[in-house]
Design a protein around this ligand. Structure first.
Ligand code: NAP
Length: 548
């Protein structure tokens, strides 16, 4: 009996979309409302939001400014929503995404509490079979993954976790009811963007917070403020300008990288410009000079500026020294921005532990033991990041032609074309997949481009009676080489321990995953391919002859 017919519940569709965050929601709008396709979005959570559904840790806030961190495909949608702050907090972004879901009646095509476990391409029928943890199955011509880049939590394998008598949480799987830190001794492992946001907020209520830092990190003040009525009105009056601005910059942000070089700017003036950028706050600190990410010498000027600021802010010289002993270029890893992060170490109830000097050896029933001390804790917070980019895709058992497994194709790293397709997996598209600008871009901008490109491609296929689109091993090899080449022109590729390279996950292949050439050239490449009838893909009219 065909597999599909043996299932308790089976549905046949034009497209299955996996994930109901920004990406899945917009893909649904593109395919259902613009192309009239039958679409089901399968979502593991019980609500929309993706990243913003799961990451409810204290202090969770967007690092992109609110007026640039949203959908821009519909000016009326933009005018109908009002952000309250310069950087929206997680609950506000989740409210926004629910507003979008309401406005476009998305929930009727989203099935919640549904975790996809496998997707198998049936060559004879030219259809994908998608199965869920509950044993449901779906067949569809297209499968589009909208699973996010940072959605597979990394809980490090530290011996003894199961023996811990207190409670522990990973920031990316935060309890919906929140966590009460009052009167508790809290240990937090990790000082990436997440830990840097969480520490100041946890410290406000915890009896004591001990931060376990392995690699010291830069951070620049976010300078979050409520939006003024005038700015809110400016947003409503300038929806087109905002959309255009975020499409004309390399990283999808509404600010441009200044066309001046740190190394050609006199030291005093350079200092003044860094000071100005520090006061302005936010990710645009990275845009102060155009050579910051290309020249180590130029980058050193920014790095030294931030290290000096850390030493000025943090009163205890020993703590300041550990925090400012940073071993990589500024923004060589994803640069965090913060609200009172370094200031938090001036509180009496906060301690920094240098676990590079004295590594964590075990979690004990009572807390965390390093090589030189044991720290008694009631709660452990893992702000330890994610199995980024490939993790969420490899968590699904995906098999293509001839039973080819995605996890085998990607054994040595994520081979793909444009971050959108993998050879041997026809009609499978990966929104913000490895090899696309994704995490190096303001995410909604990257997502809108991918979802629109995929929808245009499907429209073209349907108009031309094409059954399958797929890439080839040669195209993948060429694209992976391009991704490596563009990364090698920046300082990003010089940092050996970043998650961009998969280095945070033991055993993961070290391959630079995102496309660092910028959103503008990437969009041009994709548009050019579309304009030429997707000539760099293999388009096939091989129609199905028999059911699977
Ligand atoms: P992350 O950047 O990967 O940082 C993880 C931290 O945990 C690092 O400090 C890491 O140390 C530490 N760590 C991991 N395993 C450890 C171990 N076994 N022992 C000790 N320390 C360990 O993760 P993240 O902070 O969750 O951020 C991930 C990404 O999510 C960000 O880069 C950003 O793209 C995104 N994000 C965005 C926002 C935003 O926009 N608001 C907020 C949060 C996160 P090492 O550095 O030594 O490995």
């Amino acid at each position: 009996m065909p597999e599909a017919l043996s299932d308790k519940h089976h549905t046949d569709l034009d497209a299955v979309v996996i994930g109901a965050g920004f990406a899945g929601m917009y893909q649904l709008i593109c395919l259902r409302d613009r192309l009239g396709l039958s679409v089901k979005v399968l979502e593991a959570g019980d609500g929309v939001g993706g990243t913003w559904y799961w990451n409810r840790y204290p202090g969770a806030r967007c690092d992109s400014e609110s007026h640039a961190y949203w959908f821009t495909f519909d000016p009326e949608l933009m005018k109908g929503w009002e952000w309250s702050e310069r950087y929206p907090e997680q609950p506000e972004i989740l409210r926004y995404l629910n507003y979008v879901a309401d406005r476009y009646d998305l929930r009727r095509n989203i099935q919640f509490n549904t975790r996809v476990t496998s997707a198998r391409f049936d060559e004879a029928a030219n259809r994908w079979h998608v199965r869920t943890a509950d044993g449901e199955s779906f067949t569809a011509k297209f499968v589009i993954t909208a699973v996010g880049c940072l959605s597979t939590a990394n809980v490090p394998n530290i011996p003894g976790l199961e023996s811990f008598k207190g409670d522990w949480y990973h920031t990316g799987m935060w309890p919906h009811g929140g966590v009460d830190f009052r009167g508790k001794r809290v240990g937090m492992i990790g000082t990436g963007s997440t830990g840097i946001q969480a520490a100041p907020v946890i410290a406000e209520t915890a009896k004591h917070l001990t931060v376990f830092q392995r690699t010291a990190n830069y951070s620049v003040p976010a300078r979050n403020v409520p939006l003024t009525p005038e700015f809110k009105q400016w947003i409503k009056d300038n929806t087109h300008t905002i959309r255009t601005a975020t499409r004309e910059t390399l990283n999808g942000q509404p600010f441009r990288i200044e066309q001046r070089k740190a190394l050609e700017t006199p030291a005093e003036e350079r200092e003044r410009l860094y000071e100005e950028a520090w006061e302005r706050g936010g990710l645009q600190f990275r845009a102060t000079f155009e050579d910051m990410m290309a020249s180590k010498e130029a980058n050193d000027t920014a790095a030294e500026f931030v290290k000096k600021k850390i030493r000025q802010i943090v009163k205890d010289p020993k703590t300041a020294a550990i925090l400012s002993d940073i071993d990589h270029p500024y923004a060589g890893k994803r640069p965090p921005i913060d609200t009172d992060y370094f200031e938090t170490y001036n509180r009496d109830n906060v301690t920094l532990v240098d676990v590079k000097a004295a590594p964590i050896q075990a979690i004990t029933p009572n807390g965390i033991r390093t090589s030189d001390a044991e720290y008694e804790l009631d709660i452990i917070v893992f702000a330890t990041g994610f199995d980024a980019m490939t993790g969420p895709l490899l968590a699904i058992d995906i098999s293509g032609r001839d039973g080819l497994k995605l996890r085998d194709v990607w054994e040595a790293g994520p081979l793909n074309y444009l971050g959108l397709q993998v050879a041997g997996f026809p009609n499978l598209f990966t929104i913000t997949g490895p090899g696309s600008p994704s995490v190096l871009c303001n995410m909604p901008v990257a997502i809108e481009q991918h979802a629109e490109w995929i929808a245009d491609c499907i429209k073209y296929m349907n108009a031309h009676g094409i059954d399958t689109i797929e890439t080839t091993p040669e195209k993948m090899a060429g694209w992976v080489q391009t991704v490596n080449e563009v990364a090698s022109k920046t300082l990003l590729s010089t940092v050996q321990h970043s998650w961009y390279l998969g280095a945070n996950i033991p055993g993961k292949p070290r391959v630079f995953m995102p496309y660092a050439g910028g959103m503008v050239p990437y969009r041009e490449i994709c548009d050019d391919i579309a304009a030429k009838g997707y000539e760099s893909f293999v388009l096939s009219k091989a129609r199905a002859t028999a059911p699977a």
